[in-house]
Write a protein that binds this ligand. Structure first.
Ligand SMILES: NC(=O)c1ccc[n+]([C@@H]2O[C@H](COP(=O)([O-])OP(=O)(O)OC[C@H]3O[C@@H](n4cnc5c(N)ncnc54)[C@H](O)[C@@H]3O)[C@@H](O)[C@H]2O)c1
Length: 302
């Protein structure tokens, strides 16, 4: 298991990354439970596919199931979530577990930010995008009628637990969307990494995508090789795949974030070493956003 400390003074938190990490949820989640109970905010899809994987013996998980995707980042979903949390007697010292993709992480983080003027939350991201980008950095939000992510707060998680094995069930389109975020980190600030992404995209996606055929099975199905390990090997293959990279880029037309860049660089064990050191959230965000706007043509904010 790889541990990365996000150093933010009294808001510092660890990111744990490891294939099979969810097999250790009992030990990993216990510190965040109160009286052996932990509220899990998730969606029906993720709960069906991976709920069993985080069902820790000795811990009572209280799932709150939200709609999938952007519907979870709406006022009705947020108010419903807050009411449920209050109904469960959540205290300010409690932790809420966000278990799902970026949408679940965003709405759960925001609910945690406003519950009792701020309680803690832990992220277990289950999409590639959420693992390399949205789960780290504390940006939380819901959408408003006027636009996406317009209502939110900065609220850092207490911990981020990443098990790449959850990607086994991810549909190829979502995988490509997450890979597009990874490619953008190279475009924005690391030409060597971008070249590596370009050369290896097709092979990587071809290898990982068939896993999505397992998506109807629970997470207890045999786990396959991790994206990280695979990528280490593929880095040596040198295959050119500009069209695959472009196609991955097209599937998620949204700007990258600074914390995602930091996350991806640390997460991709076995990938080319990053040329830049870890940026602080404050120093890295403005250039990242402006660069991504140049590259992506000024998409709506997120
Ligand atoms: N906070 C940030 O810094 C930040 C950064 C980037 C994106 N975001 C936000 O993230 C959201 C997009 O997140 P996303 O791309 O993860 O998509 P998502 O959260 O909308 O999930 C997409 C779909 O994937 C499914 N899914 C999730 N994990 C799965 C798994 N392991 N196997 C099978 N299916 C799975 C979900 O049920 C859902 O149907 C957007 O709302 C965006 O604004 C936030």
């Amino acid at each position: 298991v790889r541990r990365i400390e996000v150093g933010l003074g009294d808001r510092s938190y660890p990111i744990l990354i490891g294939e099979g990490l969810l097999d250790r949820t009992e030990e990993l989640l216990a510190p965040f439970a109160r009286h052996g109970r932990l509220v899990v905010v998730t969606d029906s899809n993720v709960w069906r596919l991976h709920g069993e994987a985080i069902a820790a013996r000795g811990l009572e998980l209280l799932p709150i199931i939200l709609p999938q995707g952007e519907e979870a980042k709406s006022w009705p979903a947020l108010t419903g979530l807050v009411d449920r949390l209050l109904g469960l007697g959540i205290e300010r010292s409690d932790h809420i577990l966000a278990f799902g993709g970026g949408a679940i992480g965003d709405v759960t983080g925001f609910a945690a930010a406003i519950m009792k003027r701020g309680c803690s939350y832990v992220q277990i991201p289950t999409t590639l995008l959420a693992q390399v980008d949205s789960s780290v950095g504390g940006k939380t939000a819901i959408n408003a009628a006027a636009g996406k992510n317009l209502v939110g707060a900065f609220h850092q998680p207490a911990a981020v637990l990443i098990d790449p094995a959850t990607l086994d069930t991810l549909p190829e389109r979502e995988l490509r969307a997450g890979y597009a975020e990874v490619v953008k980190y190279g475009l924005i600030g690391d030409p060597g990494f971008f070249a590596w992404c370009d050369a290896n995209a097709e092979a990587l996606i071809a290898e990982i995508a068939p896993r999505s055929s397992m998506r109807s099975k629970p997470a207890s199905a045999p786990r396959r090789r991790s994206w990280a390990r695979t990528s280490g090997r593929r880095a040596e293959s040198g295959r050119c795949s500009t069209s695959a990279t472009r196609s991955a880029m097209r599937s998620r037309p949204r700007p990258a974030s600074a914390q995602g860049c930091f996350m991806a660089k640390r997460w991709r064990s076995g990938w080319p070493s990053p040329s830049a050191s870890r940026p602080s959230a404050a120093s890295a965000r403005p250039p990242m956003r402006s660069a991504s706007r140049r590259i992506c043509g000024g998409w709506a904010c997120r």
